[in-house]
Design a protein around this ligand. Structure first.
Ligand code: FES
Length: 131
């Protein structure tokens, strides 16, 4: 009788351990829902100059207006992650000299990937940049 109680406890302990390991493995192997983006910053549309940009260095984002189109670029260099500078003509990385056009395309390496475009949601007279 006592022996069967011990073996039941051992079985239940083992079951709890296997469950805990399963949850840990699930947590690290299955990515979270990346479709749920979070708002990074809100910009009034009227603040964005025509054919210009608003630069948010702390957030490492620039919001551009070109004709009727408004879009946001990540200022994280796709080479090694430095913050690129926005100039009147293009975007220049101070670390190794990559140059991007104002749509994020690579004009000069060493980076070989364009800057990331960030999702922008319209909310009335404002835009919300999502990450
Ligand atoms: S980190 Fe930008 S060019 Fe190297």
């Amino acid at each position: 009788m006592e022996n069967s109680g011990r073996s039941r406890r051992r079985f239940l302990k083992g079951l709890v351990l296997v469950g805990a390991w399963g949850l840990l493995v699930w947590r690290f192997l299955v990515p979270g829902d990346e479709s749920q983006k979070k708002p990074l910053l809100t910009v009034k549309k009227s603040d964005i100059p025509p054919r210009g940009a608003l630069v948010y260095r702390e957030s490492r984002v620039a919001v551009f207006r070109r004709e009727e189109e408004i879009y946001a670029l990540s200022l994280v260099c796709t080479h090694l992650g430095c913050t690129v500078n926005v100039t009147p003509r293009n975007l220049v990385c101070p670390c190794h000299g990559s140059v991007f056009d104002r749509e994020g395309a690579v004009l000069k390496g060493p980076s070989d990937k364009p800057l990331h475009r960030l999702e922008v949601e319209e909310q009335g007279d404002s835009l919300v940049v999502m990450v």
